[in-house]
Design a protein around this ligand. Structure first.
Ligand code: HEM
Length: 520
């Protein structure tokens, strides 16, 4: 950040407010030590440093974020938004709602390169007049799996070997080859769509299916999509390697500096709407997050736009501690029965209670901007605003005849889905694992398809032959040419790797460099 030369500087104090006169030297007996034990400033400084980091996110650890606003069009396409949802965030053309966004990669650790081939997280928190709404999405519109039960195994397989801590594509493709529903997502991920050029130049999507509920309590199924006004830009593997060799934080830097320059990135929000139901006319299940909803049948309808015009002032407080969840909905929105969505809704707040603490919702970036009045208090680091809570704080329970908080009046009928089916543990009956994967393959531009085959061949040539065969089978089921080209690519790469092994290791010989210790 640019600094003024003569700016007035404040005095350093301890966390107890006492001015610090020496921040360079320990208190010692004589100038060479030993150090004394009662050195309060040192002990506090060091012990706070020892606790500076909170656990990083178990997924999406590497990320950055910014603040801005959402402006509603008050309409869904040409229709009034109230036809579909009573959520106030969408009503009243031109109304602005403050928000924050966090973008991320998924598998890498907190400081990992931002050029990784990985889905990108696109999480938005809107501070609406009716409480917070989180739309926790990704850049790609679909996902690897369709049942939350598989998520912990999937992430284990995608991360480094737990014994050696070495990343190994065999692990990822071992899992994927036994999960044919991932064929579609793998097709996007290994094409250039798997490495967006920057966060500003990527789309976002809610991925899972949600519901909108109107004033009559009627619901429709809905999918959300963010479209960048800056355009979409993706990288080839070679471009990504080049950037990574020079900068491991290029996407964070790009977003931050663009906002500093006053080039505020903007996205338009679209929804796809489908009548709630089984939809037997479709060859996929509308609740299956490995599928796209075809645009010609379910058009993208604009509902508003988002502008990011403010950088964080403290990365840890505002971005690292930001906590999003799929359960964070407002009146006028509801869950669909998408099995991933339901599983996710447990996971987010559960991990945040561990990662940030029981009172993570009191951290300013997570707290709603409307008044919170709850009897859920106490716990570590409870620092509620005394002006919030109850006007009668001694009645910290509900119901009560004598005081305390009261339930809100129900202003519109609830959406009440009804069920009549046996409980079971079974996959869905319309998996159709390959149809859309083939379509996506054929829809790619020529250069994107070439990249896809080359990237898959590179990575699969490092895998066990059984895994190679299984993956070629899946790609062939999606499209005969797709499978054949990956097979040929693996054979070619395997031969190239054999030839390379015969070449010498790079590095200078001993004797050509300076010597320390024995240094032979
Ligand atoms: C982050 C779980 C699927 C998008 C996380 C976190 C967990 C998690 C535990 C870390 C949250 C935190 O520490 O604050 C799961 C589970 C899933 C699932 C159990 C499936 C059952 C998905 C899907 C998407 C997604 C399908 C895309 C729509 C994200 C994003 C973040 C995230 C964007 C980062 C949020 C942030 O920036 O703080 N997920 N996830 N996840 N997940 Fe998922």
């Amino acid at each position: 950040m640019p600094r003024e030369k003569e700016a007035k500087r404040d005095t350093l104090t301890t966390r107890q407010g006492r001015p610090v006169t020496d921040n360079q030297n320990l208190r010692t007996i004589g100038d060479r030590g030993p150090a004394t034990m009662e050195n309060y400033h040192f002990l506090e400084k060091m012990s706070h440093f020892d606790r500076e980091e909170v656990p990083e996110r178990v997924v999406h650890a590497r990320g950055t974020g910014a603040f801005g606003y959402f402006e509603t069009y008050g309409k869904v396409g040409d229709e009034p938004v109230e036809k579909y949802t009573r959520a106030k965030v969408f009503s009243g053309e031109g109304k602005k709602t403050p928000l924050m966004v966090r973008f991320s990669t998924v598998a890498g650790a907190k400081d990992s390169p931002e050029t990784e081939r990985d889905p990108r997280g696109f999480a938005v928190k809107m501070y609406t007049e009716d409480g917070n709404w989180d739309l926790v999405g990704n850049n790609l519109k679909i996902f690897f799996i369709r049942d939350a039960m598989k998520f912990p195994d999937m992430i284990h397989a995608f991360k480094a070997d737990p014994v050696s801590n070495v990343p190994d594509p065999t692990r990822m493709f071992d899992f994927v080859s036994r999960s044919p529903e991932a064929t579609h997502m793998i097709t996007f991920l290994f094409s250039p769509w798997g490495i967006p050029a920057t966060y500003r130049h990527m789309q976002g999507s809610g991925v899972n299916t949600y519901k909108w509920v109107n004033d009559e309590g009627e619901a429709v199924l809905v999918k959300y999509h963010w479209e960048p006004k800056q355009g979409i830009r993706n990288l080839t593997q070679e471009d990504a390697n080049y950037i990574q060799s020079r900068n491991v934080a290029h996407a964070t830097q790009d977003l931050y500096t663009a906002i500093e320059r006053g080039e505020y990135p903007e996205w338009e929000l679209f929804v796809q709407i489908m009548e709630d139901g089984y939809h037997e006319e479709l060859d996929f299940d509308p609740l299956d997050d490995t599928k796209l909803w075809p645009e010609d049948q379910f058009p993208w309808l604009p509902v508003g736009r988002m502008v990011l015009d403010e950088n964080p002032t403290d990365f840890h407080a505002q971005i690292e501690q930001a906590s999003f969840g799929t359960g964070v909905l407002v009146d006028g929105m509801d869950f669909s029965d998408d099995k991933m969505l339901i599983g996710r809704t447990f996971s987010y707040s559960d991990t945040q209670r561990y990662r940030v603490g029981a009172n993570y919702l009191q951290v300013p970036v997570n707290a709603p901007k409307n008044k919170v009045r709850t009897n859920q208090h106490r716990g570590q680091l409870d620092h509620r605003n005394p002006e919030e809570g109850s006007s009668d704080p001694s009645i910290n329970y509900e119901p009560s005849m004598i005081g305390g908080l009261e339930e809100a009046e129900e202003k519109a009928p609830q959406h009440q889905p009804t069920y009549n089916a046996a409980a079971m543990t079974k996959p869905i009956d319309r998996p159709n694992n390959y149809g859309q994967a083939g379509e996506t393959y054929r829809n790619l531009a020529d250069w994107e398809r070439e990249e896809l085959i080359s990237n898959l061949s590179n990575v699969l040539s490092q895998c066990d032959e059984r895994i190679q065969e299984a993956m070629v089978y899946h790609f062939s089921q999606a499209d005969e040419e797709y499978g054949r080209l990956v097979k040929e690519g693996i054979e070619k790469k395997t031969q190239e790797m054999k030839d390379m092994q015969e070449e010498e290791m790079p590095g200078r010989e001993a004797g050509e460099q300076s010597r320390y210790g024995k240094g032979t």
